[in-house]
Design a protein around this ligand. Structure first.
Ligand SMILES: [Fe+2]
Ligand SMILES: [Fe+2]
Length: 480
């Protein structure tokens, strides 16, 4: 079989799925395209649509050298349909069909479940673009402005990726769902996005960096689960998306690190060694570490909610049918069926948080969330290294998973960041020291002033260690 990897830019929609010979799908996508551009112009980045931005565009689905960088105006970005190369010997990695050849079409019995998962994933992609649309005007540098737009155009491409699957494999239903994806809007009262975290505001750049650290990482975990799907086109699509997703988390983790670094340097220069001396630190025009911790608390917990209920029959069914797998299923060494296994789940029982064994199949959301928390720690460790290096006595910690939850086992209780169950009164009394307040937001907002001179950075954030695509420090990432 011919494994197409290089991208065909000859059709109106760049692709490596041979759209030129698939007229029906090409037509359907061409019909959807104007609505997408319309959405991009009205709900995508505010301003800057006519400015050349130094962006990467995927050119090849092989891992080595898969993208090229060049100046492009965002509406001219070549959003394409890109799947990772096909592995002809791939077999179903989990569930009751374990070991059978993967599917190239969707089996009728799993159609509804599969469509729902693709739609939920697809809905998050444009949502984050909408959430971030106001940020351009307050970018702390051209470097950061470029990174924001890179993330935005790639989330747009991820929407295309899901829409391709809907249009190709789900007939009329798929077409309707593709249109709905352009109709719902983040935070819209009548037609909100499907998941809570994607209807929250991203009011400032620290929120953006936290979002790309924590919420894009949830996206990574969901994509990792779908990358194990028995439905091979979905697995290949998501594997390619994961290559782009890695950059989004890089933007987030290094973004927060640069904020922390700047704060620590300013404190050292001013001779302030108490990180809780918030007024003095803020007077230096940088964001104090306790406020950074609060922002992390908020975005981490909103992202935990995206994993759904710890105990879930839907998750069991999706795994059992092979529609999605566990994180890195193909590298795990158990029987991949889990019919008689258990998994430890945290639950509130008799006023205490306890770890109890649950059937492993029902506990798959909990397991994915555990993998997510481990993955988050890499970023946290990096942040703390920066604080330690500056000699400041402070540590960013991830709050307990019971803290500030709206979904799952802990949604019915109130807990502290260290996992003590609280009364409503205790929660009310302390919540402002754990989550960002209006005053914290106002302070951060006061720092959000654009810096658009090449090589210059706003005073609350350090320059990056290296430029994008190895460009020098004063490179003009966006031509204004
Ligand atoms: Fe994405
Ligand atoms: Fe992303």
């Amino acid at each position: 079989m011919n494994v197409v990897t290089s991208v065909d830019y000859g059709t109106s929609i760049p692709n490596n799925v041979n759209l030129a010979d698939d007229r029906r799908v090409l037509k359907a996508l061409e019909k959807w395209h104007p609505g997408y551009i319309d959405w991009w112009m009205t709900m995508g980045p505010e301003g800057f649509q006519n400015n050349p931005v130094y962006l990467r565009t995927a050119t090849n689905a092989d891992v080595g050298g898969w993208a090229k960088f060049d100046y492009v105006k965002m509406p001219d970005y070549r959003w394409g349909i890109l799947l990772a190369p096909q592995d002809e010997n791939r077999t179903i990695p989990c569930g009751e069909h374990f070991g059978q050849p993967v599917w190239q079409e969707v089996p009728g019995e799993y159609r509804a479940m599969m469509r729902r998962l693709i739609v939920i994933q697809g809905d998050t992609e444009p949502a984050s673009v909408e959430q971030q649309r106001h940020l351009g005007t307050t970018a702390p540098s051209l470097y950061d402005l470029r990174n924001l737009f890179q993330v935005n155009v790639e989330e747009g491409r991820h929407l295309w990726a899901m829409v391709y699957l809907l249009q190709k494999y789900f007939g009329t239903d798929g077409r309707e769902e593709a249109n709905e994806l352009l109709r719902r809007q983040s935070g819209n009262e009548d037609a909100p996005r499907m998941l809570g975290a994607f209807n929250e505001a991203t009011p400032d750049w620290l929120s953006f960096f936290m979002f790309t650290t924590f919420t894009d990482r949830d996206g990574k975990m969901q994509l990792e689960a779908l990358a194990q799907s028995a439905f091979d086109p979905l697995a290949r699509t998501t594997r390619f998306m994961l290559m782009e997703e890695a950059h989004h988390m890089f933007v987030g983790v290094t973004g927060v690190q640069r904020v922390i670094n700047r704060t620590c340097q300013a404190m050292v220069d001013a001779g302030i060694d108490d990180p809780n001396d918030i007024d003095r630190v803020r007077a230096l025009g940088v964001i104090d570490l306790p406020t950074i911790q609060k922002k992390a608390n908020l975005h981490f917990t909103l992202s935990l909610d995206l994993f759904g209920s710890e105990i879930s029959t839907n998750a069991a069914n999706a795994f059992n049918s092979g529609v999605k797998g566990r994180f890195r299923e193909d590298r795990l060494t158990d029987d991949h069926r889990l019919t008689s296994d258990t998994y430890p789940v945290l639950r509130p029982i008799d006023g205490q948080i306890k770890l109890v064994d649950a059937p492993a199949l029902s506990a798959l959301n909990m397991r994915l969330r555990d993998d997510y928390v481990k993955d988050c720690m890499k970023g946290i460790d990096m942040w703390n290294k920066t604080i330690r290096k500056a000699g400041i006595d402070f540590e960013i910690v991830l709050p307990h998973v019971a803290f500030h939850r709206q979904i799952g086992e802990f949604s019915s209780i109130k807990a502290s960041p260290t996992g003590e169950i609280l009364s409503d009164a205790e929660w009310e009394e302390n919540k402002d020291s754990w989550l960002p307040t209006k005053a914290d937001g106002d302070f951060i907002d006061s720092l959000m002033v654009s810096e658009f001179e090449p090589g210059k950075f706003a005073g609350w954030i350090s320059p990056p260690k290296m430029g994008i695509d190895n460009r020098p420090g004063d490179f003009e990432y966006v031509k204004l």
